[in-house]
Design a protein around this ligand. Sequence first.
Ligand code: AMP
Ligand code: TRP
Length: 332
Amino acid sequence: MITNKPTVFSGIQPSGILHVGNYLGALTQWVDLQDQSDCIFCVVDYHAITVRQEPAKLGRQILDTVKIYLASGINPAKSVIFQQSDISAHTELAWILNCIARIADLNKMTQFKEKGASKESVSVGLYDYPVLMAADILLYQTDIVPVGEDQVQHVELARTLAQRFNRDYGQVFKIPQAVIKKQGARIMGLDDPAKKMSKSASSPNNYIALTDAPEAAAKKIMRAVTDSGSEIIYEPKKKPAISNLLVTFSLLNGINIHELETRYRNKGYGEFKKDLAQEVKAFLIEFQLKYNSFSDDEVKRILQDGAAKILPVAEQTLKKVKNKLGILILSS
Ligand code: AMP
Ligand code: TRP
C-alpha cells in the first residue's frame, strides 16, 4: 500500500439514490485518479445512519453503491473499495478528533443546517458527521480528497483538525487537500437551477438517478426548466438552467461547451433538449448494463478484500495517535 504515489480517499453514503451529479461531480474524478494514485474508495455507511435508514434496505443499498462505483469504472484491481463500518478505527479516531474539534468549528458547517432544516430534530451524529469524515480521511494519511463542491468545507475541517492535533500532540497526520472538478463540481437541479441536484429534493424531476429507467430519464430532460430567451449559450449567471444542461451534455459525451454552443447556434431549446435526452438515455443504457453485470457475492468479496488490505494502515495511524495522547496500548 505504501508507495510514492499520492494517496486518494473519498466516499459516498449508501443512502439510496445516486444521481448524475454524483457521477459527474465525484465518480468520474475518482476514475481519472486511479492510475496515478493509490486510491481508497469507501462506502460510508456510518455517515448514512446520521439520518434514519430502513434496516431492511441498508444492506442492499451498500451493495448497490459498490455496484455504482464499479459501473463508473472504479477497478478493484487498482483501487481499494471497502465499507466504513468494517474498520472500527474510523469511529475510534472520530471520538479522539471529537475531543480536538470545537463546537465553534462544527457550528460553521452548513450541510447539517441544510439537511436538518426540514426535520423536527437533528441527530447528534448529523451534527458530528464532519468529524467522522475527517477521521476517514486522516486515518490513511491522505493527500487528495476528490469531491463535489459541497464537501470542500468538510475537507477544510479535516485539515484544521490534523494541524491542531499535530501542533498540540506531535506530528502524526498528513494535511489533505480537496480537489474539485473545473466543470461539474456542482450539477444543478433540473427543476430548479438555483439549487444543486440532490437526492433529497422534494421531486424526482430534480435529478437523473443512475438507476432511472432510460426512457423516464429522457422525459425528465425534456421537462427540465429553461431560462428566458432562446439562445443556447454558457452563461451561468444569466442562463443558469441552459448552462447546467450544457455542462451535463459536455461531460457526458466529451464535446466541449464552445463546440456545443456552435452546434446549437440558431437552434431552439427543444432541439437541444431532445439531443441531450438521447445522450442521457444512451449513457444510462450502457451504465446500467455494467451495473447489472455484478453479482452480490462478487461485491461482498471486493469489500472483504478491500477491508483486509486497508486495515493495517488504519491500525498503524490509530496506534500513533494513541501513543501521542499517552494512552497505554496493552493488548496486541
Ligand atoms: P452525497 O450523495 O451527497 O453523499 O455526495 C456524494 C459525492 O457526490 C460528494 O463528493 C458530493 O460532493 C458529490 N455531489 C453530490 N451532489 C452533487 C452535485 N449536484 N453536483 C456535483 N457533485 C455532487
Ligand atoms: N460527506 C461525504 C458526502 O456526503 C461523504 C464522505 C464521508 C466522504 N467520508 C468522506 C467524502 C471522506 C470524502 C472523504 O458526500
